[in-house]
Design a protein around this ligand. Structure first.
Ligand code: ADP
Ligand code: ADP
Length: 234
């Protein structure tokens, strides 16, 4: 059984007269598979991500993740979006560790376990070039650096499902390609199921096992291609 099943999903914003952002949108993703969703701006990619993670209620259809219907926000998924959503009053390190509190808010962690996650957060931050910024606050970092911190936050709890919506959008091409390699390494190690939204076809082909193309008005998946092996090199 697929890990993520999106079945005939429709989404209309703002009542019956509102924008029909998605209609009859279906897709399945196998466990450990990395799929990329590409399509023109405004075709509904971000909307699809919000429905799969339960952040918005859908107008029609079903989403099932790990055999369970998604009817509320999925706290177990790792998410990183184009607009970094770091909490301004927390340090970068504390932001990266945030999912640990959200997933099991009432659980008190052992000191050794906290130390382990603290070390892991620092390791992830170092991996994306943010060593030395652990104790800074988000406003002290550039947009691209905040994006990198968001990616670390998405990875801190080894999520089985990783949802990435233009996670490298604000990065220059060099940093972006470095992060592709980092993400590829992380994915080969942890084998999460990944859905990546991007408008960068090279990024999609480089990272994903399968590339899905969305059309607009209303948004749905209209084509898919397996990425040939060996992968194209940057
Ligand atoms: P993409 O991520 O592919 O650029 P979006 O999912 O952001 O596309 O948007 C799909 C359509 O839904 C667009 O027409 C957009 O204007 C509309 N839309 C997105 N978010 C909202 C919202 N919160 N309220 C109303 N319309 C929205
Ligand atoms: P993205 O491609 O990442 O979705 P957009 O520029 O399309 O970026 O949208 C930025 C934000 O604005 C989205 O999170 C969406 O919720 C909101 N948005 C987009 N279109 C509309 C709209 N027509 N009405 C209200 N909010 C919108």
């Amino acid at each position: 059984r697929p890990f993520v099943e999106i079945m005939d999903v429709a989404m209309r914003y703002g009542g019956v007269e509102g924008t029909l952002a998605l209609k009859d949108c279906s897709l399945t993703v196998g466990k450990g598979e990395f799929v990329a969703v590409v399509g023109p701006s405004g075709c509904g990619k971000s909307t699809l991500m919000r429905l799969v993670t339960g952040l918005w209620p859908m107008t029609q259809g079903n989403v099932i993740v790990a055999g369970q219907e998604v009817d509320r926000p999925l706290s177990s998924a790792g998410m990183a979006f184009q607009a970094p959503t770091l909490l301004p009053w927390r340090t970068i390190l504390a932001n990266v560790m945030l999912p640990l509190e959200v997933v099991e808010p009432h659980r008190r962690r052992l000191r050794s376990e906290r130390a382990m996650y603290d070390a892991k957060a620092r390791r992830l931050l170092a991996m994306v070039g943010l060593k030395g910024f652990e104790e800074k606050f988000p406003y002290q970092l550039s947009g691209g650096m905040q994006q990198r911190a968001s990616l670390c936050r998405a990875l801190i709890h080894d999520p089985a499902l990783l949802m990435l919506d233009e996670p490298f959008g604000a990065l220059d091409i060099f940093t972006r390609e470095d992060l592709w390699l980092e993400l590829q390494t992380v994915c080969q190690t942890l084998k999460p199921t990944v859905i990546l939204v991007t408008h960068d076809l090279r990024e999609a082909v480089f990272l994903a096992d399968r590339v899905l193309v969305m059309s607009s008005r209303p948004g749905r998946i209209i084509a898919e291609r397996k990425v040939p092996f060996p992968r194209p090199r940057t």
